[in-house]
Design a protein around this ligand. Sequence first.
Ligand code: ZN
Length: 269
Amino acid sequence: MTRNHRLSRRSFLTEFGGGVTAVAIFGLAACSSSETSSSATTVEQGDAPVPTTTGEGAESAETTSAGDASPVGDGFRWERVDLGFVSAYVIARGSELAIVDTGNQGSEGEILTVVEALGGTWEDVNHVIATHAHGDHVGSIRKVMEAAAGASGYAGADDISNINAPRDLVSLSDGDEVFGLQVIATPGHTPGSISVFDSDSGVLIAGDALNTPDGVLEGPNPSFSSDLDLANTSVQRLAELNFETLLVGHGLPIESGAGALVSSLAETL
Ligand SMILES: [Zn+2]
């Protein structure tokens, strides 16, 4: 077994050169670190009507599939909440919103900024999904769910007991569907890790089942995964999916060609 195998992707740094600093921060910070960043830049995909502060989304718009066929305001859109070494994501379908992961404690303000950039308010957030129970992904789930008072919260069954939420979370298992997202059980990083997948747009949100530090795709972090062999098996599961765009907890999105990269990585694990 090859651990921590890295795949280079030449075009990645070209497309996302503006985000190299954010990726580099990952190397200094643990997945479950309690450190909080105040950074709040966002990345734009497709024709989402959101101003980007870095211009990172401009080139990627021509290679993305999400949102291209839909009028602005309709269809599937996503936005990254840049929280420094970790990311959360806001998903939109029309005017309805879902949040995937919530960052460290104190991240609710940055998340709201992206919710508002998508034209919404906390009242439009109907779903809050935790990919896993690590503190840098669920640290703000209490504040987010208190603010989004009408939202249901969700997490993988084996992680729920480790998440401090203000309301009971809905237990998710492989094959479930939330907000039109297919739930893929990807255990190993934590026992209850899940990924969520929008098959129509080919967007996979993998939490920490995959990473993209320094502009290269990597498998789960050996230092922070409870069962690395199982986590690597989960990567092989993800490689079976048909997707173009990969959104991860640590590192920048890969907006096109991600499925092929994950397939290549899976063959080495
Ligand atoms: Zn984690």
